[in-house]
Design a protein around this ligand. Structure first.
Ligand SMILES: [Zn+2]
Ligand SMILES: [Zn+2]
Length: 346
């Protein structure tokens, strides 16, 4: 079958690989679409989670071709897959925090196990409702590939727990940031502000529910937020209740610490992939809650329901769609932050 291997930084090669074969408790899925994730870009650029020969891709949906011994899943079912595979028996898993599983990494699809930039993909541990979710007809194949990143957005929004009169600042308007805006809107957050240098991303944020957008290249984020909320303690910074960082760059993290009010919350959901300079005093002085938000816990069914009932629509998040054999071109399109939202392959 055709698949795309990561060989070295900036080098993806379309190759022929042997067909995957499902053992008991596994699936083989014919990939319909697979999205390019920010973590795929880190791997593409630096080998973040890839060794030479790794097939990337973990945001996908498709049709089940083999399902030996997988209860409730039949050949022909349309499914999406939770690519992070919990072990099910460590104490984190047993407590229900499957996203914090301490022993799952080797099996994760698109990281250790071959990913979905391929015609077919193996699901190494398939359990309906845990790693496999059957898609309703109302969720098409383009929407199906967005469930994983939308689950990341929803997790960050649930952790942020913004209230109805809160001002929320979202830093970064890629797929995750835009999803955050949408879920904040659905949950009724007070005022939603999104900061991103790309006009396309800002325009899309407004369409998805942002009240105000900021271009951090020409506007000072802190000043803009101060104008909106009034100054923070000692006349400095601003009084933003919640900041959600979906940008993963040093400047955004600094803005977050400046803009958030005393006693406020900062949620970090982007991967930084770099060292950043940090004076932690602000976290102490403002008594901030700084929370990481990693991947997703039990968000997949909630996202599928939101896509099925139309409260979240897929199309505003998608900017490009390439066939599998043009995956290298698709990565170049995704790397252009100015013109890309989610880029799909398939
Ligand atoms: Zn992802
Ligand atoms: Zn575990």
């Amino acid at each position: 079958m055709q698949a795309v291997e990561w060989r070295a930084p900036h080098e993806l090669v379309v190759v022929q690989r042997p067909e995957p074969e499902a053992a008991d408790g596994q699936l083989v899925v014919e990939v319909a679409n697979c999205g390019i994730c920010g973590s795929d870009l880190h791997s593409y650029n630096k080998g973040f989670a890839a060794v030479p020969g790794q097939v990337l891709g973990h945001e996908f949906c498709g049709v089940v071709l083999q399902a030996p011994g997988v209860e409730g899943v039949a050949v022909g079912d349309r499914v999406t897959v939770r690519p992070l595979t919990p072990c099910g028996h460590c104490d984190r898993c047993l407590a229900g925090d499957v996203h914090l599983c301490e022993s799952s990494v080797a099996d994760n699809i698109g990281y250790g196990s071959p990913g979905a930039f391929a015609e077919r993909v193996l699901v190494p541990r398939a359990t309906l409702g845990e790693t496999v979710f059957v898609l309703p007809e109302a969720v098409d194949d383009r929407a199906g590939a967005l469930i994983e990143p939308l689950a990341v957005s929803l997790r960050a929004v649930r952790i942020a727990d913004a209230q109805a009169d809160d001002v929320v600042l979202v830093l970064g308007g890629g797929m995750i940031g835009l999803g955050v805006v949408r879920f904040l809107k659905l949950r009724g957050a007070g005022t939603i502000v999104l900061s991103d240098p790309s006009p396309l991303r800002r325009e899309r944020a407004l369409a998805l529910g942002a009240d105000v957008v900021i271009d951090p290249l020409v506007q000072d984020t802190t000043q803009e937020m101060r104008a909106l909320t009034g100054p923070g303690g000692m006349g400095l910074g601003a009084r933003v209740d919640v900041v959600i960082d979906c940008a993963g760059v040093a400047a955004a993290f600094k803005d977050a610490l400046k803009c958030v009010r005393h006693g406020g919350t900062v949620v970090l959901t982007a991967m930084y992939g770099q060292r950043i300079e940090l004076v932690p005093d602000r976290i102490v002085e403002k008594e901030l809650s700084v929370r990481g938000s990693f991947a997703y816990k039990d968000e997949f069914p909630l996202v599928i329901a939101a896509l099925a009932n139309g409260s979240v629509q897929a199309e505003p998040f998608i900017s490009h769609h390439f066939p599998l054999d043009q995956t290298p071109e698709a990565f170049l399109a995704q790397l252009d932050r100015e013109s890309s939202l989610k880029v799909l392959v398939g």
